[in-house]
Write a protein that binds this ligand. Structure first.
Ligand SMILES: [Zn+2]
Ligand SMILES: [Zn+2]
Length: 622
């Protein structure tokens, strides 16, 4: 297949707020054909961590699992903030108005006034937030609307996906190129040998550290993020004060909770071999963010991790909230220093260099992704999933394999296959999430299919819920080929308990599979922590083997679990309890919500639900 590069080599000069953004070409002459890092970063591993016995499904299905009396939110709250607030028609209206104004050369201040009026009149947000959104996002969005050659329906279909219809968009159809080497025939899968060494891996995700969190401030407010001294109390509700350790409402995490959790992990799990850290460090006040503020949070977060785990290797990946505005990650063809990501990637390479070899600076400077060898025959690849983020506005202009990341990934995977290495992939946004562009996700799905015998697990965050995505063969979508774990968030945003994840990975021995053998989720009950004179008590919520009766955690077992949940309400209720980390304020989940979640679990490919979820829909229709 050919990599279709846009034949648009136009010299654009777009002026916004007096600063020209120059896009001279979409060509990216970066050479992805670089030798993979080949010095193992971990010491030989000889410890065997005993796994719990496999649970019996019959016995775990019966007990009353939840106390429905405490559940007070509605399932209307499900879904991400963008889809909740912005419908397809509103997107089209907003984009149409903005595009017309920009194309007519209306002065920015005038566009600002009109935008704020629409934003407030449609009750999207209050005036402070609407003006903040314009000031933070306009320097990205307006040049993009001025530059793009695609229409309003195509822009909204690209950014919002399936909910906005499958609009034909030839400029956003592209395919990565695979090497000539044929996919090896499928070998019989090995199973873990009972007492062999295992790695214990900590997964932290979505900290959303809020330096402005203040105990006692309004936890229910009019802005999209509360618990600040300057939050506007909600005029129709009784004031709920922010708790000492966090709040279940629209709030992120106070420093005190993060530090408490890190101290607990360091004391409780002294035998962690390495840590994966899948991003989203800053809070959700996206209308208020600055580059300086986000860099401060990055620096502080790295310091917290270094202090808590001074001798443990840490492998980070980049979240969408690290960008300013949130989700903005201009590909390398945006070369103007002011508009490019160099402000972030330069600091990232400095901060991440505490754990990563200097040889990965090439890929980090270029696109904030890297590949490292953990042990001989075992590789970890960290992707920058913001290059598939549907509200990364730069991709509206050109979405073709940003930063050549997927082409580089194929190169790395082919080298790994040739050397007989197994690979774990980490990243922030799950590839099947509706926030991931359809065309990017489609290409990624084919890569997972091609290298299914090399990639033994993937790890993401972003959704804040405890879930997973099963990948299937790219032809029939029936045979499971891969598994992506979506680790629980540290933040409570929204209606969550804080939590973290431990994986046990097949270790160093001559029949190693490098499979994930079990995972545990640890949480704290925030309501109890916030009681007078109390503090968080961290405990193991569940282990996958025990809770779901899984012998191995291979993709086919996760696929079986989805099928079992579709037919067994009690089993789904158990999964749903863990999905929200046992939060007492989790929304009620009706049949529609249940189908949506089960369909998510089958969706390693985004915006393809009508195909992947057909059988599930039939089960729910009967
Ligand atoms: Zn997040
Ligand atoms: Zn995120």
């Amino acid at each position: 297949m050919n990599l279709i590069v846009f034949p648009i080599l136009i010299y654009y000069i777009v002026t916004i707020q007096g600063n020209p953004i120059i896009i001279d070409t979409f060509e990216d002459d970066w050479d992805y054909n670089i030798p993979p890092e080949d010095k193992p970063l971990l010491l030989p591993n000889e410890i065997h961590h005993p796994l719990p016995a496999v649970g019996k499904l019959q016995s775990i299905k019966k007990p009353v699992i939840i106390d429905d009396n405490h559940i007070n939110a509605s399932n209307a709250e499900l879904g991400d903030a963008v889809r909740r607030k912005i419908s397809c028609s509103l997107c089209k209206l907003g984009v149409l108005l903005l595009k017309n104004e920009v194309n007519q050369g209306t002065p920015v201040q005038e566009i600002r006034g009109k935008f704020i009026t629409i934003c407030v009149d449609f009750k999207i947000e209050n005036e402070v937030v609407c003006s903040g959104i314009f000031d933070v996002f306009a320097p990205d969005v307006l040049p993009v609307l001025n530059t793009t050659t695609i229409g309003v329906a195509q822009i909204c279909s690209l950014c919002l996906g399936e909910v906005c219809g499958d609009v034909e968009n030839p400029l956003h159809e592209w395919s990565v190129q695979f090497p000539v080497e044929k996919k090896p025939s499928l070998k019989e899968k090995l199973n873990y040998v009972g007492d062999a060494p295992t790695f214990k891996v900590l997964h932290l995700s979505d900290t959303h550290f809020d330096p402005n969190y203040e105990e006692g401030s309004p936890a229910n407010c009019e802005e999209p993020l509360c618990c600040h001294p300057y939050s506007t109390p909600n005029s129709t509700e009784t004031l709920e004060p922010a708790g000492k350790w966090g709040s279940y409402s629209k709030c992120d995490m106070p420093k005190i909770l993060i530090e408490h959790m890190l101290r607990h992990i360091a004391e409780e799990h002294k035998d962690i071999d390495y840590i994966i850290w899948t991003g989203d460090l800053p809070p959700h006040d996206v209308w208020n963010q600055t580059r300086g503020g986000n860099l401060y949070i990055l620096e502080e977060s790295v310091k917290q991790m270094e202090e808590a785990f001074p001798n443990i290797p840490i492998f980070p990946s980049l979240g969408n909230h690290e960008g300013v505005p949130a989700g903005s990650f201009p590909p390398p063809w945006v070369t103007e220093t002011d508009a490019s990501t160099s402000w972030l990637y330069t600091e990232l390479s400095k901060q991440w260099s505490k754990w990563l070899p200097s040889s990965v600076n090439n890929t980090i400077f270029h696109g904030a992704f890297y590949s490292v060898l953990l042990r001989p025959g075992f590789r970890l690849i960290s992707l920058n999933m913001n290059y598939c983020m549907s509200v990364n506005w730069w991709l509206v202009v050109n979405s073709t394999d940003p930063a050549k990341q997927l082409q580089w990934l194929i190169h790395e995977l082919q080298e790994a296959e040739d050397k007989g290495e197994k690979v774990h992939i980490i990243g922030h946004i799950p590839p099947g999430d509706s926030d991931c562009l359809k065309v990017w996700s489609e290409n990624f799905y084919k890569i997972i299919d091609r290298y299914e015998q090399t990639i033994t697990a993937q790890f993401y965050g972003h959704t804040h819920t405890d879930e997973f995505e099963v990948f299937y063969d790219a032809e029939t979508y029936k045979r499971p080929t891969g598994i992506a774990y979506i680790g629980p968030s540290i933040t409570t945003y929204e209606n969550q308990n804080p939590g973290y994840r431990i994986y046990y990975v097949d270790g160093d021995h001559n029949k190693t599979t490098r499979d994930v053998l079990d995972h545990e989720t640890w949480i704290t009950d925030l309501g109890k922590a916030n009681e007078p004179n109390s503090e968080p008590h961290w405990f193991k919520s569940y282990s996958a083997r025990e809770a779901y009766g899984m012998e191995t955690l291979k993709p086919e077992e996760w696929d079986n679990l989805i099928d079992a949940m579709a037919k067994d309400k009690d089993l789904f209720k158990l999964f749903y309890k863990y999905y929200y980390k046992e939060s007492p304020v989790r929304p009620v989940c009706d049949d529609k919500c249940e189908l949506q979640i089960l369909c998510d679990l089958k969706s390693g490919r985004s915006h393809y639900r009508h195909h992947i979820c057909r059988e599930l829909e039939e089960i729910f229709a009967n």
